[in-house]
Ligand binder design. Sequence first.
Ligand code: GUN
Length: 296
Amino acid sequence: MARIIDGKKVAADVLAECAAEIAELKAQGVTPGLAVVLVGEDPASQVYVNAKVRQCGELGLHSEKIVLSAQATQAEVLEVVRRLNQDESIHGILVQSPPPPQIDEESIVRAIDPGKDVDGFHPENVARLALEDEDGFVPCTPAGCMRLIEAAGIETRGAEAVVVGRSMIVGKPMALLLMARGSDATVTVAHSRTKDLAAVCRRADLLVAAVGIAEMIKADFVKEGAVVIDVGINRVDDPAAKRGYRLCGDVAYEEVARKASAITPVPGGVGPMTIAMLMKNTIKAARKRSMAAVGR
Ligand code: GUN
């Protein structure tokens, strides 16, 4: 039976680090600030945005939540981003993804000041990640996965890692982080068009599932003794559940846990790490900003 990698515990450790760093910044007269922009009423996005704002409050970070209607125009969203770029009390800006279909997400992301792009989605930060330049911002979910892997004492050096999913939010940055110097994994990125996905996944010593399809990764996708990181948060109808649905990952947990050596649960695995790393990135943005101000 696999060892369970406890994301809540590792996230609590990261948040304790954040609290110490915030105290230090506040002593210098700087309160890190995060703006979270939600366009529309997607229920999952509402939950995530509220969780991010709540976490800021618990840590004593300044935060601003901006909610635009599902009919908001591109110009309206851009106007909010431009205002936040100019706002000295805001160090991090995040526009929750996915926005409604009339919004061109890529040009919104490009409009965010790269120094405030705590999601790490701006082309400048994507390039910095590819260049292994530590001055950039790394997307929060893959950064959280790396921290979990490290905290669980898992050796990535020389390991065969398979990332399932090629999204800009998780799959691609995760592959870059795993192959970077220091992690030194041999990385394969698989996706919906991959031939014989199960066979590709079975090569993995470290399998990262980020496909967004409930319980797609079955036991026959997993090598005996592999480490499995489940990034999925899927809502599955469940009339017996209080809210009418339950959350499950991209991995068929019960059967895979019998084969893996270690696994992250859903919920309580990668999810809490994403928010913790967002707090880290916001603190990093505030620190960069205050250092730039001293240098002026
Ligand atoms: N939607 C799902 N994950 C994320 C994330 O990390 N950042 C943003 N902005 N939207 C998301």
